[in-house]
Write a protein that binds this ligand. Structure first.
Ligand SMILES: Cc1ncc(COP(=O)(O)O)c(C=O)c1O
Length: 442
């Protein structure tokens, strides 16, 4: 793919705050600078409806691009295998303290490199190879780490999958209980890549207690909503909570583990040295920044707006002819079947991408076909509200049916909501500085 095919807007003139020193990079390495500028433009020039994506703040990007990236820091604060860790120790302690306060957890490990690494560490802490684990089946929305044969989880553990009710699309807690009783798993995992409703963590806890299983909540998707008080908190119910720090939580790409004091040491050892080496201190500093942002009233307002927007978008998509799994959403996630419009999901995704609307396809729980998975985390960060969702649904329908070419309309809509302010003094920054006020949540 050549850059000219992905670069949808002029990239040479503006220096958005996403790239404080793009010009310096351009002088040294114009080839790479052009990729960064083109991707920044692509993100700003299209509708980003991928449910796992968001726009981190400039402060998070600053921490990510800082010299903390240079520091090796194997171990934990106060007990490192390298010298010179005193300052990064402070960053990690801040991140840990903020995560504990944000989610009400006794212990936090902020070193997991990703959501998958966090789940791997949870299994490593609690299970032995060959143990039985009960998790949502992949066709119903389970993640690869919940037993896919292509993943370490499916290779090393004996996974049993639970599903959802074929009519309602909701988790059938009686089925989960029956499977738990017949298979006696060592751990039960609750969490999904596409389940749009709140999970009843108390019900999972009861089932786990009944069969003597650990309860692992993989809350990668809803964790940002939990931080903002817009979704139930798994921490009081689960033995271990795994999460990503990106998605709705809007931090850097990374993982997080939360647990009680009694499992703290096992979790820490499962991350380092069992599954990882040196902690990535720039990412940990960026996590600390994101946790700080997530503790503000502005983030609480953001999280609730994400859900309001998702509900409005689900309703508008239903009115536009899509079949919405579970009839709506409690979260940032929507699972929509385009079949009633006469188009399969893969074709729909391609047509949408050609129109500047990005989303994923995802397994539909009720049959073998795929649906479209959409999320409102990114458009909400940009400042879009419920009335914009009707327009988005209209654009999605037109693009899927190829009624009209909506590329320019998409460009016009997102043009009013730039994800990053322009840097003061940058060429072309006057207009951008004006319109960046739409970014309502830091
Ligand atoms: C439920 C769930 N678990 C784990 C992950 C893995 O996260 P990562 O992509 O950071 O490894 C994801 C990512 O989407 C997820 O949705």
């Amino acid at each position: 793919m050549s850059l000219s095919t992905v670069s949808t807007a002029p990239t040479a003139l503006t220096t958005p705050a996403a790239h404080p020193d793009l010009e310096g990079l351009r002088r040294q390495d114009p080839e790479l600078a052009e990729v960064l500028a083109a991707e920044t433009a692509r993100q700003a020039d299209a509708l980003q409806l991928i449910a796992a994506e968001n726009f981190t703040s400039s402060a998070v990007l600053t921490a990510l691009g800082s010299p903390l990236a240079n520091k090796y820091a194997e171990g934990y604060p106060g007990a490192r295998h390298h010298g010179g860790c005193e300052l990064v120790d402070i960053a990690e302690r801040i991140a840990v303290d903020r995560a504990k306060a944000l989610f009400g957890a006794e212990h936090a490990n902020v070193q997991a490199h990703s959501g998958s690494s966090a789940v791997l560490a949870a299994y490593a802490a609690l299970l032995r190879p060959g143990d039985t684990v009960l998790a949502m089946g992949l066709p119903y929305g389970g993640h690869l780490t919940h037993g896919s044969p292509t993943n370490f989880s499916g290779r090393w553990f004996d996974f049993v999958g639970y599903g959802v009710d074929p009519e309602s699309g909701l988790i059938d807690y009686d089925q989960v209980h029956a499977l738990a009783r017949s298979h006696r798993p060592k751990a039960i995992v609750c969490g999904s890549i596409s389940y749009p409703r709140h999970i009843d963590y108390a019900a999972f806890r009861e089932i786990a207690d009944d069969v003597g299983a650990y309860l692992i909540a993989d809350a990668a998707h809803p964790m940002g909503l939990v931080a903002g008080g817009a979704a139930p908190n798994p921490v009081p119910h689960a033995d271990v909570v795994c999460a990503t720090t990106h998605k709705v939580l809007r931090g850097p790409r990374g993982g997080l583990l939360l647990c009680g004091t009694e499992l703290a040491e096992r979790i820490d050892r499962a991350v380092f040295p069992f599954t990882q080496g040196g902690a990535q201190m720039h990412t940990i500093a960026a996590k600390a920044v994101a946790f700080g942002e997530a503790a503000t009233p502005a983030f609480t307002a953001y999280a609730h707006q994400v859900v309001r927007n998702a509900r409005a978008l689900a309703e508008a998509l239903a009115a536009a002819g899509f079949a919405i799994t579970t009839g709506g959403t409690d979260t940032h996630l929507i699972l929509a079947d385009p079949t009633p419009l006469g188009v399969d999901a893969r074709t729909a995704r391609g047509r949408l991408a050609a129109s500047g609307i990005f989303l994923d396809t995802c397994a539909l729980p009720h049959d073998d076909t795929r649906g479209l998975r959409l999320g409102t985390a990114a458009v909400t960060t940009q400042g879009m509200t419920a009335p914009h969702q009707a327009r988005i649904a209209g654009l999605v329908r037109e693009a899927v049916r190829e009624d009209t070419n909506v590329r320019e309309e998409v460009r016009e809509l997102v043009g009013g909501f730039p994800p990053y302010p322009a840097q003061p003094g940058a060429v072309g920054s006057e207009d951008d500085a004006e319109s960046c006020n739409h970014r309502r949540y830091p």
